[in-house]
Design a protein around this ligand. Sequence first.
Ligand SMILES: Nc1ncnc2c1ncn2[C@@H]1O[C@H](COP(=O)(O)OP(=O)(O)O)[C@@H](O)[C@H]1O
Ligand SMILES: [Mg+2]
Length: 202
Amino acid sequence: MTIKSQNITAVAHRVSADERALVNGHKGGVLWFTGLSGSGKTTLAFELEQRLFARGYQVYVLDGDNVRHGLNSDLGFSPEDRAENIRRIGEVAALFGEAGSIVISAFISPYRDDRKLARSAAHEGFHEVYLSADLAACEARDPKGLYKKAHAGEIADFTGVSAPYEEPENADLEIDTGTLGVEESIAILTDYIDTVFGVPKD
Ligand SMILES: Nc1ncnc2c1ncn2[C@@H]1O[C@H](COP(=O)(O)OP(=O)(O)O)[C@@H](O)[C@H]1O
Ligand SMILES: [Mg+2]
């Protein structure tokens, strides 16, 4: 990407990340879900958001279709547009995280390089969570009937069918959502969040 802005100087915030964490009761950061269509990103993201919110957390889900309606409505599904889609989301997620929220992003994000870029935007507050249900499991579920359409040639560039999915090599957390149930997956996620976003009590 060409950087077009010049004469730009960053201004320091007067509220530190530690101060925000103290007030919120947890650190801010990004839980970056990645996995095939039907692997459970949306299901787990919104379930987790509701439960964390009930515990008083600052938490917000960024989900594929929602973002494509607004911020990224000018983008399609070519490799270039997918990369730009993820780049913008990575920057937005990083901003939310810096503001103190736990952001759960629920995008297929099939390319390793794009996920790497998202990680570099949010630095150490970034946690890649691989929902590793395999293609067979996702096709069997096909909650939105998209695999059926993709196989019928009605959707071009469909991840896992006619577009690649590059599996994470070093995910911070992997959950086999092909064999585990929703409750078991949520329990793993909740433990993980307590560990990485928790604030020491004294
Ligand atoms: N462990 C699990 N985690 C998440 N979803 C699961 C799990 N086991 C079964 N499912 C089912 O799989 C489907 C996942 O769909 P969805 O959340 O829309 O996937 P995605 O957002 O990744 O495309 C849902 O119908 C959900 O009920
Ligand atoms: Mg989804």
